[in-house]
Design a protein around this ligand. Structure first.
Ligand code: 5AD
Ligand code: FES
Length: 362
């Protein structure tokens, strides 16, 4: 009985597996329960994070990712500092209150100095009133610390899967793609004081619901502040594409993603959960459905229009023809439709983080 699982104060592994495996009718109950918890703990609010995908150069070769180093079919770009700052100012003037600065993974002193300098300039131009999240991959503890000192508040680094065997099925097994290093990076970020975000892809080849259940338990144990997770979408020019026939149908990957969001909301009531853009690749109302079942963050793409089509991590990425200005009215309409309110001018810090911090300093 799904009710008896939903009534539990702590979900065990077997409970989570059962929820991930439940039928449509039970899924509806799961979604309603998660929506109730969301309303109670973080309100029916959606926080916007303007997403600036400033460069698609990447030194890594993840087997699923369209901007992997070995993909020679894409045009590489790198926004100028001015373009990045303009996009940040656009977010600020649009009352988004938060931005995410994302790129492929590059580690060298020029890159890290550039980020510190950008953080400084963006804070100057926005009266120190914009929350900045970085999502620039694995870096040394020192560099994470430098960026934190320069004014980064949050960091996103998806673990992608917490199962080590699966990790090495979707990444090359070499010194540039170490499961342990990725986990260590997450601990470094947390120890420095970042609001720390992670996430996984859902519906990967070779992935089971038992893996996904363990992913959720890992997030809880790590005590993550923010999560972004969405369906895996195959990209034609990547090595993982050859396993296309082993994948769940897109609709099932979508439903599984909604279940993951809803279960996580029940397990970690006051964290921030983003409705990933890849949800929208499968279903035109995908992100909004994610919000309905427990997510509370959307990352509207504010990368200047011309560059968006080159930051293609997966096929059929949505909104690549639009400009940042076009996304705002579109999202406003969609969010109003599902009875949520956009929290303009609010930073929307993870309330989980605030509580964690309070408890630690006592
Ligand atoms: N399908 C879905 N998500 C993907 N990502 C990368 N490639 C894909 C794909 N093919 C996600 C990864 C990464 C984030 C920036 O995008 O989880 O961390
Ligand atoms: Fe760039 Fe994975 S391909 S970090």
């Amino acid at each position: 009985m799904i009710e008896s699982i939903l009534d539990k104060s702590v979900l065990q592994f077997e409970d989570i597996v059962q929820l991930l495996d439940c039928n449509i009718l039970d899924a509806k109950k799961l979604y309603e329960h998660a929506a109730q918890i969301k309303k109670q703990y973080v309100q029916d609010k959606v926080y916007f994070r303007g997403l600036i995908e400033f460069s698609n150069f990447c030194s890594k070769d993840c087997l699923y990712c369209g901007i992997r180093k070995s993909n020679t079919k894409i045009l590489r770009y790198n926004l100028s500092d001015e373009e990045i700052i303009d996009a940040a100012v656009f977010a600020y003037n649009s009352n988004y209150a938060s931005i995410v600065i994302q790129s492929g993974e590059i580690s060298n002193p020029v890159f890290s100095r550039r980020i510190s300098n950008l953080l400084d300039k963006i804070h100057q131009k926005t009266n120190n009133n914009l929350r900045i999240t970085l999502s620039c991959g694995e870096q040394s503890n020192e560099i994470y610390q430098d960026w934190y000192n320069a004014g980064a508040n949050r960091y996103l680094l998806r673990i992608e899967t917490t199962n080590k065997d699966l990790y090495y099925k979707i990444h090359p097994n070499d010194k540039h793609h170490s499961f342990e290093k990725r986990i260590n990076c997450l601990y470094d970020l947390k120890n420095i004081g970042y609001q720390t975000g992670t996430g996984v892809m859902i519906g990967l080849p070779f992935q089971t619901i038992e893996h996904l259940a363990k992913d959720l338990l890992w997030m809880q144990e790590f005590d993550v502040d923010m999560v972004g997770m969405g369906p895996y979408i195959e990209h034609e020019d990547t090595p993982l594409y050859e396993f296309k026939q082993h994948l769940l149908p897109l609709e099932e990957r979508f439903d599984l993603s909604l279940k993951m969001i809803a279960i996580l909301r029940i397990m970690m009531k006051n964290i921030n959960i983003a409705a990933a853009t890849s949800l929208q690749t499968i279903d035109k109302m995908g992100r909004e459905k994610g919000i309905k079942v427990g997510a509370n963050v959307i990352m509207p793409n504010i990368t200047p229009g011309g560059y968006r089509k080159h930051y293609k991590l997966y096929d059929n990425k949505p909104c690549i023809d639009e400009n940042a200005d076009d996304c705002k009215p579109c999202l406003e309409m969609r969010i109003a439709l599902i009875g949520n309110e956009i929290a303009y001018n609010e930073w929307g810090d993870s309330s989980h983080f605030e509580h964690r911090f309070k408890n630690e300093s006592e």
